[in-house]
Design a binder for this molecule. Structure first.
Ligand code: DC
Length: 214
């Protein structure tokens, strides 16, 4: 049986970076569930769909190609904002559940682990996941990481704008009625505010391998 590793946490906490490192270490496929919401947001922006028009938004889900979620267009502050708004819609979330749950099945018995990262993976999508990791870091630290990453990629960035946007998204993701961001009762909470990515990765490896030291 494939073991499910659920990784949840707020914006810019390092979920994707850590998921990629775990994927490499354990030769496991990874689904970045936020990309599904982002792809839908991009479609909405391109088609100029009104964010209150839920019917039209739901129809647009059929244009998402889950096998092709690598466009750089998925990462812009407009997509950040629209994806956060539409992800609060119950019908949108329900439509995306099936795809997320069927992700590990695509690989049959050929994989030992499958990784899914997002906001509600350990709580709603895979409540019986074998490993549930909830990553946390204070928003100042997350904003700084995002800022440094953008600057490293040669992009213009404003720390105070990023900090503001992260707090707005946190507020939306944590207070929405449907599937709010919160640690599953039986998750391991890993606060990465004052540790680096390698230390966080070691901690996760210990959890998966059930070892005391590495
Ligand atoms: O992880 P991300 O930043 O790529 O996610 C984009 C948006 O999608 C974010 O505002 C929250 C939402 N999201 C969600 O509600 N549930 C998930 N499982 C993944 C993402």
């Amino acid at each position: 049986m494939t073991k499910i590793i659920a990784i949840d946490g707020p914006a810019s906490v390092g979920k994707s970076t850590l998921a990629k490192k775990i994927a490499k270490k354990f030769k496991a496929p990874v689904l970045f569930s936020g990309k599904l919401y982002r792809a839908l947001a991009l479609e909405i922006i391109k088609r100029k769909i009104n964010l209150n028009n839920t019917e039209e938004i739901l129809r647009s889900i059929t244009s998402i190609d889950p096998g092709n979620l690598s466009s750089a267009e998925l990462y812009s502050s407009q997509v950040d904002s629209v994806s956060s708004i539409i992800s609060a819609k119950k019908q949108v979330r329900n439509k995306l559940i099936t795809f997320q749950r069927s992700f590990p099945k695509k690989y049959g018995n050929n994989i030992k682990f499958a990784i899914i990262e997002g906001r509600d993976i350990g709580t709603i999508i895979f409540p019986k996941a074998n490993y549930k990791i909830f990553l946390w870091a204070v928003s100042e630290v997350r904003a700084k990481r995002r800022y440094d990453q953008l600057r490293k990629n040669g992009k213009n960035a404003s720390y105070s704008k990023i900090f503001r946007e992260i707090n707005v998204r946190d507020q939306k993701d944590m207070t929405r009625e449907i599937a709010p961001l919160m640690p599953a009762a039986n998750s391991v909470l890993l606060d990465t505010s004052y540790i680096d990515i390698e230390q966080a990765f070691k901690a996760i490896k210990r959890i998966i391998l059930k070892t005391k030291t590495i």
